[in-house]
Ligand binder design. Structure first.
Ligand code: LMR
Length: 335
């Protein structure tokens, strides 16, 4: 009921979308799915599985075109392209929505989630699900959360304790939380699109970065970063999003089928992501190009102590309710 009221609302708002769909009722609906990572990553695989299932089950009705590795749009313009309906599906990292909602910054807070399972629990609870709707005023609807994995710190020098990062410049995603996180350890930051990270590290424009194993391996970042500290200090996950007007203008029976496929793909991506990241961790070890540094519990605690003040800095804008809900999902509950 709620969905059909919403559909009517968006249809009224977006008459051009509805008209476009009915005027070409025999033509398949085209969903362009653009993203910035390689095919052999959790997100890349998810996009391809979505395409495969849609084309099996909605043949002739919906066509999916996948554009990986920023070949169509990159970080700087993909959300504008979505809002203009130049692409219909994206899965940006949760760090890339700051312009549209501050609530999602909760996912960037360092050492908030102990592991991917905790992240998963938060995403499934009411507060986490509410955040999928936090950008509807901007014509962006969240369709699900996809995991990549926990981030590791890589650099030109071995990072064991927070003081080791002092004076280095780190590439970050466009997130003020991440900027603050590095400033806590005396490091500077540069916000760069993902497609520029390899060259920025290779040329020495920046000396460090943070990424899950799958992004490091698939973009060969380990070949230009001699040290990777296994910090698991934060999460890099995605929100699968569409243009709200486009989405709610899709005929109900087709949209329902698409939603079922999305649930299936989301389950598959999230079940596989951790294993893929661990496999890529091993590939990096086997390559011999980068040394993986394991932290002692005391060293990890020192990073946590140094970075955690960032929570209080952002609590107001994220919302106390959201932060509180996120703090209850770890197995070992901490305040
Ligand atoms: C990054 O910019 O580091 C990531 O958000 C890329 C991605 O989509 O995984």
């Amino acid at each position: 009921m709620l969905k059909s009221v919403r559909a009517l609302f968006f249809c009224t708002l977006g008459l051009t979308f509805c008209a476009a769909l009915s005027a070409h009722a025999d033509e398949p609906i085209v969903i362009k799915f653009s993203h910035v990572v390689a095919d052999n990553t959790p997100k890349g695989q998810g996009a391809l599985l979505f395409k495969q299932l849609v084309e099996q089950r909605l043949e002739g009705k919906v066509k999916v075109e996948v554009y990986p590795s920023a070949t169509l749009y990159g970080d700087a313009n993909e959300l504008d392209a979505l809002r203009n309906n130049d692409v219909q599906m994206l899965a940006p990292s949760l760090a890339k929505f700051e312009q549209y909602t501050k609530q999602l910054q909760v996912f960037d807070l360092p050492f908030l989630f102990d592991d991917l399972e905790a992240v998963n629990r938060f995403q499934k609870r009411a507060k986490g699900r509410q955040l999928l709707r936090s950008m509807e005023d901007h014509n962006i609807v969240g369709l699900g959360y996809w995991h990549n994995g926990m981030k590791q710190l890589s650099a030109t020098r071995a990072l064991r304790v927070p003081g080791d990062a002092k004076g280095l410049s780190f590439r970050i995603q466009p997130s003020t939380v991440l900027e603050a996180q590095f400033s806590q350890v005396g490091a500077s930051t540069q916000k760069l699109p993902f497609s520029e990270v390899f060259n920025a590290l290779k040329s020495g424009q920046v000396q460090g970065a943070e990424n899950p194993w799958s992004n490091i391996y698939s973009k060969k970042l380990h070949e230009v970063q001699p040290f990777i500290s296994e910090t698991n200090h934060g999460v890099l996950d995605y929100m699968l999003v569409s243009n709200s007007r486009f989405w709610y203008s899709i005929p109900h029976h087709i949209r329902t089928e698409l939603e079922g496929i999305i649930d299936e793909v989301t389950y598959a991506v999230n079940k596989q992501a951790e294993a893929d990241n661990q496999a890529d961790r091993q590939h990096i070890i086997d390559s011999g190009r980068s040394q993986i540094i394991s932290l002692t519990p005391e060293q990890r605690q020192a990073w946590r102590d140094a970075m955690q003040p960032v929570w209080a800095q952002f609590e107001e804008q994220i919302g106390k309710d959201v932060l509180k809900a996120a703090q209850t999902v770890n197995r070992k509950h901490r305040e």
